[in-house]
Every structure is written in structure tokens, then in C-alpha cells.
Ligand binder design. Sequence first.
Ligand code: HEM
Length: 129
Amino acid sequence: MQAIDPLSVIYKSVGSEGPYYQLVEAFYQGVEKDPLLRPLYPEDLGPGKKHLAQFLIQRTGGATTYSDERGHPRMRGRHMPFKIGQAERDAWVTNMEAALESVPEFQAHKATLKEFFASFATFMINQPG
Ligand code: HEM
């Protein structure tokens, strides 16, 4: 028996890409107001929004546009240029958890997604303190 990855069934339940873009929009609204996170992001937030939505769609069992266009995710490597310590990690998770609350389609998957975001964000830490 192969264990089922609980993330990979979420896309089907959500049903379309729209809610992912809503989630990312809500998350980035938080980033724009966050004094710790905003300086880490480029002036133009558009491309990052699209990449995050496509990554999450792919990771939860939807279209593989992210890897088709960007190659292997290499998320830790892609985050190396940004100083991510515990405080930045916590701010990211707080913003994403707030964003999750705002999209009805994700309510049934909140526990799984929160666990994923929390552990993935910890994995992105690349600076002490
Ligand atoms: C731990 C705190 C984190 C910080 C401070 C952070 C910060 C950033 C920044 C500054 C960018 C560049 C955005 C741009 O170029 O427009 C980025 C890109 C990205 N981040 Fe994060 N991130 C964090 C955690 C995460 C987590 C947990 C995920 C996924 C669950 C994630 C997924 C992505 C994706 C998919 C991209 C786009 C990569 C690409 O260029 O293809 N990040 N992040």
C-alpha cells in the first residue's frame, strides 16, 4: 500500500484555479502591509503572485504549469537570496493562515495546509535568529 499524500487531493476538491489566486491575493495584501516581509519582496509583486499560485496548484494535484515554466521547484535554493530567520518565517505563516481563512474553498483543508505551510516555511529558514 502506498501512502496517499494528503496535499495531492486538495485541488480536486477545490475544483478550479480561481480560489488559489484569491488565496495568493489575500496573502500578498498581508505582505504589502508587513514591515518585516515587504522589504524582502520586489517592487513588482505580480510575477511572484503568479508563481506562488501556480506552485500551490501543482503541489496540491492541479496543473503542472509551475514546473513546466520554472523547472524543478528548488524552493530552498530560490529563497536563498532572501534573509529568512524565525521572525520572517513566523510573519509569512501568520499572513498565510489569515489568507486561508478568507477563501471558503480551502476551509475543509485548513489543517493539512496549515501543517504544510508551517513545516515548509521552517525549511526555508536560512539565517540564524
Ligand atoms: C518562510 C518565509 C518565506 C519568505 C520570507 C518568502 C519570501 C519569498 C520571496 C521574497 C520571494 C520572491 C518573490 C518574487 O520574486 O516576486 C518568494 C518566492 C516564492 N516563494 Fe516564498 N517565502 C517564504 C516561504 C515560502 C513558503 C512556505 C512557500 C510555499 C509553501 C513559498 C513559496 C514561494 C514560491 C512558489 C515563490 C516563487 C518562486 C519562483 O520564482 O518560481 N515561500 N518567497
